[in-house]
Design a protein around this ligand. Structure first.
Ligand SMILES: C[S@@+](CC[C@H](N)C(=O)[O-])C[C@H]1O[C@@H](n2cnc3c(N)ncnc32)[C@H](O)[C@@H]1O
Length: 360
């Protein structure tokens, strides 16, 4: 039988040398020896691997450090400027964990969740394509599985390649050199934006920001930088994310009639793999029904691997960026068009063989 210690060690094997690799190995030993990790994880021994107890625990510990409950541990966290060697760090972490057993037991209840603003790059690439193909420039953006809604702010970020750029140059979030392949920007205006998520995170609260930050690994400095910048944008431009499952929320958003010159863009990234099959099917049905009544673009950055296999180590393949556009009476639905593949966190986007829609 696979134990938590086995899972911690297996996860460690896939990490570069550094704090999390070392901590996972130390936590595995501690669990096996019946130490504080066993006490914190006592209700999770039989949890399936998909619950990723190790990520819940590491995030709980990072929250203690980010919130300065254990400030002396910051020296180990690269995202907090720390550069101390992780070798021997356990002698500092172990007593810190002991001081917060109840808090860390509560932390294990928090499902891992990130909101990756780098994924605004594929969204923008898809939007350029959808605007060009539909000929419509007024956009209503609807995001499924939006988390804190940071990617609904795509037009408030500066995104650029060698010879093109989009968005305000003064934006705190700058995503450059993020597309491999030629891009011709299209202009559009987002006139409405809204998202849904089973468990939305409120980026306007300290707790929400802390939660999102705690699930980003300390050595991922670019991701911390991007998240900080996107949270700064969200602070002045809050977006609404409703607590709801994708399919029923989408059906209700697509029900009312909209102006014929409004392009409804339904977007989602790295969420479909977590949906039950009935949710996937119901979402597709809601989109199909709406296509007959209004201009719709469906932009998806999702794993090509079915959910059932997505946990297996050998199944890791880059996400695909697919765009499906239709305008009733004017542009027939050609089905999804694969624009390219995308790295896990949205950058870079590697454009596939270009369709004619990319011609200027
Ligand atoms: C890996 S996160 C990705 C968040 C965001 N799309 C991004 O790319 O940064 C997956 C998100 O999907 C949400 N989710 C999972 N199942 C869902 C469902 N059936 N309906 C709506 N949201 C769901 C989770 O709560 C989580 O916020």
């Amino acid at each position: 039988m696979t134990t938590l210690a086995d899972r911690f060690r297996r996860h460690a094997r896939h990490l570069p040398d550094g704090l999390y690799r070392t901590l996972l190995l130390d936590m595995a030993d501690d669990w096996q020896a019946g130490g504080v990790v066993a006490e914190i994880c006592r209700d999770w021994a039989d949890a399936p691997g998909s619950e990723v107890v190790q990520l819940r625990l590491l995030a709980g510990v990072q929250r203690l450090v980010l919130s300065r409950a254990e400030p002396q541990l910051a020296m180990y966290y690269a995202n907090l400027g720390g550069a101390a060697s992780p070798a021997g760090a356990w002698q500092d972490f172990e007593p810190a964990l002991r001081r917060h057993v109840d808090e860390l037991r509560e932390a294990l209840q928090v499902t891992p969740q990130t909101n990756e603003p780098g994924r605004s790059v594929p969204l923008l690439v898809g939007l350029f394509d959808a605007v060009r193909r539909s000929g419509l420039t007024s956009v209503r953006l609807l995001e499924l599985g939006a988390s804190a809604g940071l990617n609904l702010l795509v037009d408030r970020y500066f995104i650029a390649g060698d010879d093109w750029s989009y968005g305000p140059a003064s934006s705190p979030l700058r995503l450059t050199q993020a597309v491999l392949g030629p891009i011709t920007p299209a202009s559009f205006t987002v006139v409405e934006r809204r998202g849904c998520d089973l468990a939305p995170v409120d980026a306007s609260t300290v707790e929400g920001r802390l939660r999102l930050t705690s699930f980003v690994w300390p050595h991922d400095l670019h991701r911390h930088e991007r998240l900080r910048a996107a949270l700064a944008v969200a602070a002045s431009h809050p977006v609404a994310v409703d607590q709801a499952p994708a399919s029923s929320w989408l059906a209700s958003m697509l029900e009312p009639a909209v102006a014929g010159d409004l392009l409804t863009v339904v977007w989602h990234s790295i969420t479909r793999q977590y949906w039950p099959p009935a949710e996937v099917a119901a979402t597709a049905r809601a989109l199909d029904a709406a296509r007959e009544r209004m201009p719709i673009a469906h932009i998806a950055m999702e794993s090509p691997v079915p959910a059932a296999q997505s946990d297996s180590e050998s199944s890791h393949r880059p996400a695909e960026l697919n765009v499906q556009v239709s305008v009733p009476g004017r542009l027939a639905d050609p089905g999804p068009v694969l624009l390219g593949t995308v790295a896990d966190h949205g950058v870079p986007v590697r454009l596939a063989l270009l369709s004619s829609s990319w011609d200027a």
